[in-house]
Design a protein around this ligand. Sequence first.
Ligand code: G16
Length: 543
Amino acid sequence: MLPPPVLKQSGLHPKPAGLVLQYGTAGFRTNAKKLDHIMFRMGLLATLRSRKTKATIGVMVTASHNPEEDNGVKLIDPMGEMVTPTWEGYATQLANAEQEDLLTALKDVIEKEAIDMSQEADVFVGKDTRSSSASLSQAVMDGVSALGGHSKDYGLVTTPQLHYMVCCQNTKGKYGDATVEGYYSKLYQAFIQLTKSVLNRTDDQKHLSVDGANGIGALKVREMEAHLKKELQISLFNDGSKGKLNHQCGADFVKVQQKPPTGVEMNPGERCCSFDGDADRIVYYFIDSEGQFHLLDGDKIATLISTFLKELLTQAGVDLKMGAVQTAYANGSSTRYLEDTMQVIVRCTKTGVKHLHHAAQEFDIGVYFEANGHGTVLFSKAAEEIIQHLAEDANINDERKRAARMLQNTINVINQTVGDAIADMLLIEAILAIKGMTIQQWDSIYSDLPNRQLKVKVADRRVIDTADAERRAVSPAGLQDAIDSLVKKYRKARSFVRPSGTEDVVRVYAEAETQESADDLAHKVSLAVYRLAGGVGGEPKQL
Ligand code: G16
């Protein structure tokens, strides 16, 4: 029942005996040298998933924020969302089957899912700019063809662009045109519609500095610039022409280090933003007249977008249930602002957009953002229909109609399949223009509690198990008690630890009333992790 090429082809992409990899926060991710067999096998799996769903599946070769020498793979389900948990399990089984057991592992999935192997299979493949991505994406396509599927190679695209293509294809064009050109034109038109009523914007107001992290986002911003017809004037830095991917730049660096990236010219008060390595995250920042750095992360973005949407809903006179979804990393001030001041329902999920996306689907309008800048807005089908109906209603006043049309354009500018740095950037720029708001005014909506993120190396990070959306460590024994007693020593403090699903580290987060307290707490919690969870490479040092 399995086509003969599978065995032969898999021999060309052999698994190193004994190598075990876990499906992490966003797929498999490790040093690129260990990934050839994984890519081939994910090509096989995507082909099966396509047959099962009778739809096109996406495979993106990227390690996003990780260093250049790493790579990884993200699997995209028919509506552009992350692949379902059951299939993550199959991915792990296939990835870790020894060479001689691969056919059995494949047959097992085929049987469990009752897959009709005569069904057509289509897989869209994309890759980031890493030097290893070309051969690894070829390995994915080899996997697809070994099982008799068809692959379409989109080449260099951002992760969200590939999510978008998959969704367009499976909605038969309803979501948009499944081409890069179609993507730009949908986003651009919505952006222009949103901002067209804002008159007399100066060139300074239209200007934005973008740090492309020396990755795919930089290439795509260049491509899109022509479409923007100077309505947004971008100065692009870290465009990949000389610097190294994600090195001292990019959204993850800026967020974790809480400082500007290298290579970006910053003038006081000017808006700047950073993408990550596959352009699915964005953070904003500026320096003030005293040279102090201000970060506007995913939490501030969620607040800005939620405020905008809530105002439009009121103006349109429509009652839709709006909620915000965050993770444990969300700054305590942002949660308080959303709940107490904005009266928005807030949910907390585990790290990973797949979890946030799922929780956001419970609302008519779900705004989800991780503090690291990964997020988007989801509109339920019913909400979209209500908004469309209002926008076309001849019997409502101009103010309501205008607000309904703005909501429609917001739906069109945002990428509802996944967090998207380019789409989020256009929405943020449009909101700031419409509200006539400077980045300083946006920043002053609420003040972040000082916070610190650290990484601790341990022998096996799986010894740490968490509960309550990763806010409590249930193992190893004694760790949570140690964290609790440390937290009690600081005002307005909170801390948690969790194993990363993309890097071989344990992540530590702490926030407190002052930066000194947050730094001290993070350091002491890191020491507790090191001592109780098998730290390696020397005790963490005081900051
Ligand atoms: C991925 C996920 C994000 C997650 C991040 C860090 O981002 O898509 O949801 O926040 O990894 O995860 P962890 O803390 O488990 O390492 P990206 O942009 O690297 O794909």
